[in-house]
Design a protein around this ligand. Structure first.
Ligand code: ARG
Length: 437
């Protein structure tokens, strides 16, 4: 390859890891780019200055770093929590929510640097490349995305280490994790290595945020979480900003062995993959938020919102954050949260998180209606008329069509002999066959 891009600037989404550090040098040496790196801390980057130094040491002409944790929580995590977005009913989408924000930072940096090119270090097999490419395409369709790990760079890990040494890139002496890990405030995503056999239980070293439930404290711990319009506001009575609340809940729940997910999921690129997640705060908050919703939302909204949640999770997973479809669903979700204010009590006990209480000033739960004790205000007599009308279609159909009993071909029909087996109570005469028609 000739130095096709000499004089051009390329802004690279930079994590500070080996892959993207090698990519800095490679983009410069092989393609001729001037490289600017862009790093957003979503809660797991650690020392931003060290990242900056490493980018420069790797050959970047400039290294942009920023703390994006608050923006991440406010504009990505909370809306997804309000939506109830869990991919394939389980994955709280930590990685998937982080990517569009990193892409947005990348586009902003490209604009500031007058660059026509952006790059990322994703491989050609995962979801993350899709999320970066689609987000950049939606925000800045004029930019060209370069993905060296998807083609061009083609280095094994050993070759990367070698390349790094030759280019003066600091290579950490610490042993590389045997897994591929992505981490932010909302969760830790772990894949590859021995996890690739879905029959094998994950080894201990997979988990960093949660203890084995067997080793969790014997004494359960309870927390109270207050929500204001679907957004977590206090933890055990202390008003915390989103970043602090999530961090603290990650720690408390993780200590009690809460937050592990082991699943086989369907990637957008068509493959099934075995994924381990640690997401203590995310799991607890999703559970608590739904518990509060069960008090304040109507039956219809709960039912319909669950469908929206699935659609929402799907679009986030598939990298369509910056789409009109998302804006429309988000508008619905936000509207549903008007009355989702109140408190939830959650108990952690050796790996289990259980909602044990909930209350809200907007609660639709009325003791006078629900009680079987004194003060019952429910009109029992009125049920008769209600059931007569509700059951009208059933009775009408039963008078004209054979649905149940002899003569019916229905799939659920109980065979006669199943009921007259020895020892079983004798069924009474079958009225359906005797009835005059
Ligand atoms: N499977 C998850 C997702 O698609 C996690 C991906 C983790 N990414 C990584 N580079 N390790 O969101």
């Amino acid at each position: 390859m000739s130095k096709a891009y000499a004089g051009e600037t390329c802004v690279l989404a930079y994590s500070g890891g080996l892959d993207t550090s090698v990519a800095v040098a490679w983009l410069r040496e092989t393609l001729g780019f001037e490289v600017v790196t862009c790093t957003g801390d979503l809660g797991a980057t650690g020392d931003l200055e060290a990242v900056q130094r490493k980018a420069i040491a790797s050959g970047a002409k400039k290294a942009i770093v920023q703390d994006a944790r608050e923006v991440f929580v406010r504009y990505f995590v909370w809306p997804a929590l309000q939506a109830g977005a869990l991919y394939e009913d389980r994955y709280p989408l930590a990685t998937a929510l982080g990517r569009p924000l990193l892409a947005k930072l990348l586009v902003d940096a490209a604009r500031a640097e007058n660059a026509r090119f952006v790059a990322h270090g994703c491989t050609g097999k995962g979801n993350d490349q899709v999320r970066f490419d689609l987000a950049v395409g939606a925000l800045a369709p004029d930019l060209t995305v370069i993905a060296p790990m998807r083609g061009g760079m083609n280095m094994t890990r050993d070759e990367e280490i070698d390349y790094a040494r030759r280019h003066g890139i600091p290579v950490e002496a610490t042993k590389k994790s045997p897994y591929s890990v992505d981490e932010n405030l909302w969760g830790r995503s772990i894949e590859a290595g021995v996890l690739e056999d879905p029959w094998d239980a994950p080894p201990r070293d997979v988990y960093h945020w949660t203890v084995d439930p067997d080793e969790a404290p014997a004494k359960p711990r309870e927390v109270a979480i207050e929500f204001v319009e679907g957004v977590p506001a206090t933890l055990d009575g202390a008003r915390l900003d989103g970043v602090a609340l999530i961090r603290s809940l990650n720690e408390i729940a993780g200590k009690h062995g809460v937050g592990r997910i082991d699943m086989v999921e369907d990637r957008l690129v068509g493959i099934k993959s075995r994924e381990i997640y640690e997401a203590p705060a995310a799991l607890v908050l999703h559970q608590a938020a739904r518990a509060l919703e069960s008090l304040v939302l109507t039956k219809e909204v709960i039912r319909f919102k669950a469908r929206v949640a699935q659609e929402y999770a799907e679009l986030v997973y598939n990298g369509l954050w910056f789409s009109a479809h998302h804006q429309d669903l988000a508008t619905y979700v936000r509207s549903t949260q008007r009355f989702v204010s109140g408190e939830v009590r959650v108990r952690f006990d050796r790996g289990a998180a259980t909602v044990v209480g909930r209350r809200s000033p907007s609660s639709l739960y009325q003791t006078a209606l629900a009680t079987y004790g004194k003060g019952d205000a429910f009109d029992h007599k009125a049920s008769e008329g209600f059931i007569t009308v509700f059951g009208l279609p059933l009775r009408t159909q039963a008078r004209t069509q054979v649905l149940w009993g002899e003569g019916s071909e229905a799939a659920l029909e109980i065979p006669r002999k199943a009921l007259s087996a020895p020892g079983a109570a004798k069924p009474g005469p079958n009225k359906a066959t005797k009835r005059k028609r």
